[in-house]
Design a protein around this ligand. Sequence first.
Ligand SMILES: [Zn+2]
Ligand SMILES: [Zn+2]
Length: 404
Amino acid sequence: MTQNLTKVVFWGVRGSTPTVERDSWRYGGNTSCVELTTPGGSRFIFDCGTGLRMLGNHLHALNGRWTKWRGDAGVEAHVLVTHYHWDHIQGIPFFHPFFEAQNRFHFYSYESKYLGRNSLRQVLEAQLAKPYFPVDVTTMAAARTFRAVEGGDQWDLDETHVRAAWLNHPQGCLGYRLDTPIGSVVYATDNEPGVAEFDDNLRQLAQGADVLIYDAQYSPEQLASTRKGWGHSCWLEGVKIARESKVKNLVLFHHDPDSSSSTVDGFLSAARQEFASTWAAMEGMSITLNGKGADIVLPEARLGQRRRLCFPALVSGCTEDGAAFEEKATVRDVSVQGAYLCLSNRPRLQSELRVVIQGSDDPSEAGALSLRATVTHCEPRRDKGQNGVGVFFIEDAEPEPPRD
Ligand SMILES: [Zn+2]
Ligand SMILES: [Zn+2]
């Protein structure tokens, strides 16, 4: 089905290695994998980290639904691989569409000096070699083509223009830019700033892009000290590039496996102080470009039981325009992780709110429940002037230790 939209979906946002810790899952634990579909229906996949498995399940289900009315035409995609570190290739053996004969995949990456010709094919097949995987590569029935590309190359795929540029990362890494009929998206992860040649490459690649997905693994302090030379970047560099290259939306990506959700929250809010249109990549998040702007949708984060209720709350936070607000509101339901609120203000997605729920029996301040929350959803309600706002409760910052 074709629509007049370009859509980006984040299937894996973590760098280096997958995480399953409770305090990391709000942003997601799968490693790098981003899908882009164009208005004409062409599908691109950036990187094959562990997020690729979930994309595979999604495509399998989608193809099953299509099969009813158009026959099994299979899945076709262009797979742009940035480099061969584990976190960018480890999803390959777990991507079901590779094992189905009706599907077609076109791979692009560079010839590594450590692997030589057919580098990408070798990487793919080595993961299914004995004794690393139970079945061998002959079970991978989908048609596959491999094309070696390098920094500076550009080519057309269907209605989309693709450009590749070298980034600064141990053993090499490519950044990609896709200019689709509706909007441009740059995927530039695994890059350490500070080498003029690569810094220039990236700025040229990102020039005027609607969306820049950028490596923000470390804090600026880590990048300047203990993590110097590890090949990664930070939110502050992302902000500088976004400003200098007149990028419209900056997405912080490749979160460190040791970064908790609240650490990523902190990077995001620091970045937003400098560059307002910043987002933090979240597993399941989508960005739709429709020619007028970027529409961001966050994944459903509230998995707990919901209890319907109706009681008053005092809510304070920031609107989409950045203005502070405080209003009396109604809590309509509560679940273990979050709540659905009715507000007259429209708070910004991924911004922080303070929700003070006032006990109806005891309106005194002492009886109030004060909760820190992040906005995951916001849409107008049918009741006049009200917005339905989904929030996810986050832990309060550690209290300051008592002073003597
Ligand atoms: Zn990586
Ligand atoms: Zn890497």
